[in-house]
Design a protein around this ligand. Structure first.
Ligand code: UDX
Length: 459
């Protein structure tokens, strides 16, 4: 029986981007059949279960409402390619760990395999959309692979970068600041991008759906992330100066954020930014600039990453010097391990650097996090002297210090008197996110260290 849906949309890659994005499209567009496939069968099974492989506030409800109605998770990639007219590609493009550009360029092997698979299985014309962050001009490579076979069907390659942030993915998808769709500027390319715009027009206001040439679209994604990360590195650089001069970085951020040209968002000084995008995208940008011989431009953007490394390092050095220049034999609790609140994702989390440094100083580490313990254990596999504890009270008991890594709401509401009573003395707290009530903590008896503020110490 032919299905009654007006369009078959497929997404290849069932990760942080593919899963939530397709769930939102299916939810907003009941007239389309949306299928998500992945080479990882276990992940597809999880998407079909009650325990989704991605934690994202609101995601479970939306998947629950549309799964089996017009959202399907499948493992038969070839059949699904054949049946779809629109194919989103959301496979991962991690940083290369080998060969030319290792540690900087994107590893495009999964992405290229996917392109070849689409070419082989297609059978009829398709619109293929890059959703993952990949360096500029890869759409061209995608087009070459797709059309490199004699008598192959026609493909339109579209760039539609994803701007959602983890932890707020569902809100970002439902109310995006903008949706960007890039294509070749031929009549056929423009027709194809309009077709993708029509999908979003089901719930996104028209003026927020913008079209551009394909290179602008690809580059915009890297540049947006580079600008966002640059704000954090800028305020983090200022935080170091504040600590030396008795200025308070939050007061400075508030004052500059009220300048409407600057705006108030993304000015929270922290132990450093993490996540799968910022470092990767900036390094891609740097690599791109270098490959065009633009070394000064490359250096400029690379410094955003350097300040981030410096900030993490500075955090550990502050702990070390505050605790009498030795952590050996001391016990330290990390509050939070995820790269930010409301996610279990630990990719590039600053907590990993801090954890490893503390263990290298021969301290004993206890890690607590409401969502990220499983990932933390995998990240720190083989590292000794670490225990994992879901309950923050138990994690802190008997410790000399707490280092807050992730701004989970949970940590601001704890009974710190009870925690203080259970700790070794003198007790230290290092707030890597500036979310705790430092005055109150100091009154309780803690020695309090924040980012970009004068320390509050009893001795
Ligand atoms: C980011 C972009 O925001 C998103 O548009 C893009 O599609 C993917 O990359 P994400 O990595 O999910 O999203 O998280 P984001 O909220 O941007 O935070 C990144 C890191 O910066 C986190 O570690 C966060 O804690 C940190 N951060 C953010 C700060 O340290 N200070 C701030 O003011 C804001």
């Amino acid at each position: 029986m032919k299905n009654a849906f007006v369009k078959n949309i497929l997404c290849i890659g069932a990760g942080y981007v593919g899963g939530p994005t397709m769930a939102m499209i299916a939810y907003k567009c009941p007239q389309y059949k949306v299928t998500v496939v992945d080479i990882n069968h276990e992940r597809i099974a999880q998407w079909n279960s009650d325990l989704l492989p991605v934690y994202e506030p609101g995601l479970g409800e939306i998947v629950g409402a549309v799964r089996g109605r017009n959202l399907f998770f499948d493992t038969d990639i070839d059949r699904c390619i054949k049946e779809a007219s629109i194919i989103f590609v959301a496979v991962n493009t991690p940083t290369k760990v080998f060969g030319a550009g290792a540690g900087m360029a994107a590893d495009l092997q999964y992405w290229e395999k996917t392109a070849r698979q689409i070419r082989e299985a297609a059978g009829s014309p398709k619109i293929v959309i890059e959703k993952c962050t990949i360096p500029v001009k890869t759409a061209l490579a995608m087009e070459r692979i797709l059309t490199s076979k004699e008598g192959s069907v026609s493909f339109d390659v579209i760039s539609n970068p994803e701007f959602l942030a983890e932890g707020t993915a569902m809100r970002d998808l439902e109310f995006p600041d903008r949706v960007l769709i890039g294509s070749r500027e031929t009549a056929q390319g423009i027709r194809a991008r309009r077709e993708i715009a029509d999908i979003y027009a089901n719930w996104v206001p028209k003026e927020r759906i913008i079209e551009s040439n394909i290179w602008s679209s690809e580059l915009s994604k890297l540049v947006a992330n580079a600008f966002l990360a640059q704000r954090i590195s800028s305020i983090n650089a200022v935080s170091a100066l504040c600590e030396k001069t008795d200025a308070d970085v939050q007061e400075v951020a508030r004052a500059i954020g009220l300048d409407s040209r600057l705006g108030s968002k993304f000015l929270n000084a922290s132990v450093g930014f993490g996540g799968s995008c910022f470092k990767k995208d900036i390094l891609n940008l740097v690599y791109l600039c270098r490959s065009y011989g633009l070394n000064e431009v490359a250096d400029y953007w690379e410094s955003v990453v350097k300040i981030n490394e410096y900030q993490k390092d500075r955090f550990v050095l502050t702990m070390l010097s505050a605790m009498f220049n030795t952590l050996a034999g001391k016990k330290i609790a990390l509050f939070g391990f995820a790269f930010k609140a409301d996610t279990g994702d630990t990719r590039e989390t600053p907590a990993l650097y801090v954890a490893k440094s503390i263990v290298e100083e021969r301290a004993e580490l206890v890690i607590t996090d409401p969502q990220a313990l499983r990932n933390a254990m995998a990240d720190l596999d083989g590292v000794d002297n670490i225990t994992y504890e879901i309950d923050p009270y138990k994690a802190a008991a008997g410790c000399d210090a707490i280092a807050l890594m992730t701004e989970w709401k949970l940590y601001t509401g704890l009974d710190y008197e009870r925690i203080y009573a259970s700790m070794m003395k003198p007790a230290f707290i290092f707030d890597g996110r500036n979310v705790l009530d430092r005055k109150r903590l100091f009154e309780i008896g803690f020695n309090v260290f924040s980012i970009g503020k004068t320390p509050m110490v009893h001795v």
